[in-house]
Design a protein around this ligand. Structure first.
Ligand SMILES: Nc1ncnc2c1ncn2[C@@H]1O[C@H](COP(=O)(O)OP(=O)(O)OP(=O)(O)O)[C@@H](O)[C@H]1O
Ligand SMILES: CC(C)(CO)[C@@H](O)C(=O)[O-]
Ligand code: BAL
Length: 283
């Protein structure tokens, strides 16, 4: 396992793999690894000659009052975990190496970034596509691995790859959950014991909404049922619960085939997201 701490080191590593005609599987992360990330990494290793993971807490996707400074960082632990699932290299650059210039070119995510998490985190997805496009240019992966837990991020990156012709195939991995249903997340460590006990109700609420969507296709009733469940079982504050077509993220209608039921809820001060993707009839 190699730890590449600069763009220069990464370029040397990538060039060597390309010379050897090796396929490259790439897993972008912000570190604080858990089983969700490791599932992505294991798939990258299985489906490619080599697997590389980036560990970079990207400042441009955090708002001014968000948790950039507090975000958990432990590179030694991350390297050990990545190595345990066969990752060949970890790219962990500094902010200065990734962003040496002030006020350079910025990318703008489109309509899909204006709703859901984009509404409460203005500029978040612009920062995500900025860093992911840089990482794709640097790593030049054959396949890149993302988690369905960040469903909106997946939809926007799919659009970016399509619109900007990135020569990469995206692989999307289902949400990895704790036994009680809570989606694994690096931010779960912020939860107190009481908050952790409430948090699985987010997934329970999404499951109720899913059952209503499947039976009746009534998006409004599904959202209401999920809201009622969260309000009656947690002290949380709902940021959003929405039922939208996927991946275009528009209102569902009779033609819709894939429905995203997504929620963001503040449990205490921790903002957790989760979602369920369901296939419906479509006409
Ligand atoms: N529970 C999970 N199941 C599947 N994929 C996941 C899960 N958690 C994270 N991922 C994926 O891992 C990649 C890196 O995510 P990231 O480093 O932001 O971790 P995270 O746990 O989602 O962090 P946070 O919840 O704090 O945003 C993303 O593609 C993300 O979707
Ligand atoms: C894709 C990503 C690594 C970009 O910083 C981040 O948004 C994440 O961890 O999901
Ligand atoms: N997984 C998305 C990264 C973020 O919340 O900034």
């Amino acid at each position: 396992m190699q730890v590449l701490k600069t763009i220069a080191e990464l370029r040397t590593w990538v060039a060597a793999k390309q010379n050897e005609k090796q396929t490259i599987g790439f897993v972008p992360t912000m570190g604080a690894l858990h089983e969700g990330h490791l599932t992505l990494a294991a798939a990258a290793k299985k489906e490619n000659d080599v697997a590389i993971m980036s560990v970079f807490v990207n400042p441009t996707q955090f708002g001014p009052n968000e948790d950039f400074d507090a975000y958990p960082r432990d590179l030694a632990r991350d390297v050990e975990l990545a190595s345990s699932v066969g990752v060949d290299a970890v790219f962990a650059p500094s902010v200065d190496d990734m962003y040496p210039h002030d006020g350079g070119i910025r990318l703008l995510a489109g309509r899909q970034a204006t709703i859901l998490c984009g509404a409460s985190r203005p500029g978040h997805f612009d920062g995500v596509i900025q860093v992911v496009s840089k990482l794709f240019h640097l790593v030049q992966p054959t396949h890149a691995y993302f988690g369905q837990k960040d469903a909106q991020q997946v939809a926007i990156i799919q659009t970016m790859v399509r619109d900007f012709n990135f020569p990469v195939t995206l692989r999307i991995i289902p949400v990895v959950r704790e036994e009680d249903g809570l989606a694994k997340s690096s931010r779960n460590i912020y939860l107190s014991e009481a908050e952790r006990a409430e948090a699985p109700n987010i997934y329970a609420a999404l499951q109720m909404a899913r059952d209503i969507v499947v039976k009746t296709n009534d998006a409004a009733a599904a959202v209401q049922a999920a809201r009622n469940h969260i309000e009656s079982t947690t002290n949380g504050r709902i940021d959003y619960i929405e039922v939208l077509s996927y991946p275009d993220l528009a209102q569902v209608n009779e033609q819709t085939t894939d429905v995203l039921i997504a929620a963001a809820v503040y449990i205490g001060t921790t903002r957790l997201i989760d979602n369920i993707l369901v296939s419906v009839g479509g006409k």
